[in-house]
Design a binder for this molecule. Structure first.
Ligand SMILES: [Zn+2]
Length: 121
């Protein structure tokens, strides 16, 4: 498969430009700062054109063309989904997104074990 075309996407947070090699006939639904409920995302180094993939998670500042421009936050390219021949509309943006398993790394966890500020002894 060599007939993919470069498609550019803008980070919804900072506007940095990312480029993906896409099949030219696939339909994109939206680019959002959060994943849509029910969509299955993979990274840009995985096979995002696979049938069971609904979107791509891009790392701003890593997958973007100009790494210096990135805000460092992930953003989500969502493909149009069909179920039983009907287009699936995404739910309104949820207030809380629950990610099973892994979340974004937090550089400063509030309750790290054995922190320097421990007063118990
Ligand atoms: Zn960004």
């Amino acid at each position: 498969m060599t007939d993919r075309v470069p498609v550019t996407y803008h980070c919804p947070r900072c506007g940095a430009v990312a480029e993906l090699q896409r099949d030219p006939y696939l339909a994109d639904q939206s680019v959002t700062p959060y994943p849509l409920a029910g969509w299955h995302y993979v990274g840009t180094d995985e096979d995002y054109e696979s049938d069971d993939v609904d979107g791509v998670v891009l790392a701003c500042g890593v997958d973007t063309r100009d790494e210096a421009d990135g805000c460092g936050e992930p953003f989500y390219l969502s493909f149009v989904r069909f179920e039983a021949g009907r287009r699936v509309d995404p739910e309104p943006e949820p207030e809380h997104v629950e990610l099973a398993g892994e979340g974004p790394p937090s550089p400063d966890g509030p309750d790290g074990p054995g922190g320097p500020g421990s007063f118990r002894g």
